[in-house]
Design a protein. Structure first.
Length: 204
């Protein structure tokens, strides 16, 4: 009976020794064998590089360009070289007897009854100013080129009636024409002449 108890105790010790934590820990921490007797190092994870998206190809749209300015075509010449011709008229029709002159020169002529005129022997080739005047009209004018095409000069007649709706302005508390005196030193002289007295009588 004693022998059986001893044998059972030995078996229990052997079983407990095989399943001890030390034995289990050793078996788990031991490095796996490598062919050649070395140890296997842990494999490092591959490094991921950032992926840059490839831009979509775009088609460049050209900006619209402004069209170059086009020169105004010159009319076909119909007058002889050195000649400016045309007609002077008002809203009612031709103005006869008007004086026509190349501005700032001695070239001048008078219009016929039908308002026509002709200036000859002109030496200018560039555009020039031609003026016209007749009694009862303001001075009119037009730009012309000698030897090119006829021009038309319009005249505007002077006013022949009073403006009964005209209202005198006020300046510095002074009303009427007297409000001109503070700025015009010759106001007293102007007040004595016919010009200042014109509003006092009717035009005929």
């Amino acid at each position: 009976m004693k022998r059986i108890w001893v044998v059972g105790l030995l078996v229990s010790l052997v079983v407990m020794g095989c399943s001890s934590p030390a034995a289990t820990s050793g078996s788990q921490n031991s490095a796996p064998a490598q062919s050649g007797g070395g140890t296997v190092s842990p494999t490092a994870a591959p490094k991921l590089e950032p992926v840059t998206p490839t831009p979509e190809p775009t088609t460049a749209v050209p900006e619209p360009t402004a069209a170059p300015p086009t020169a105004t075509p010159m009319p076909e010449p119909v007058l002889p070289p050195g000649v400016i011709a045309g007609v002077v008229q008002d809203a009612e029709g031709p103005v006869g007897g008007a004086t026509v002159r190349v501005r700032l020169t001695e070239y001048e002529t008078a219009t016929a009854d039908d308002g026509s005129f002709t200036l000859t022997d002109l030496k200018m080739t560039e555009p020039i100013s031609v003026t016209a005047w007749a009694a009862g009209y303001y001075v009119g004018g037009a730009t012309a080129i000698a030897g090119l095409v006829p021009v038309t000069i319009m005249l505007k007649p002077h006013y022949t009636t009073d403006n009964l709706d005209y209202d005198w302005f006020e300046f510095g508390g002074i009303e009427g024409s007297a409000s001109c005196a503070p700025c015009h030193h010759s106001y007293e002289e102007w007040q004595a002449d016919a010009h200042s007295q014109s509003p006092l009588f009717d035009h005929v």
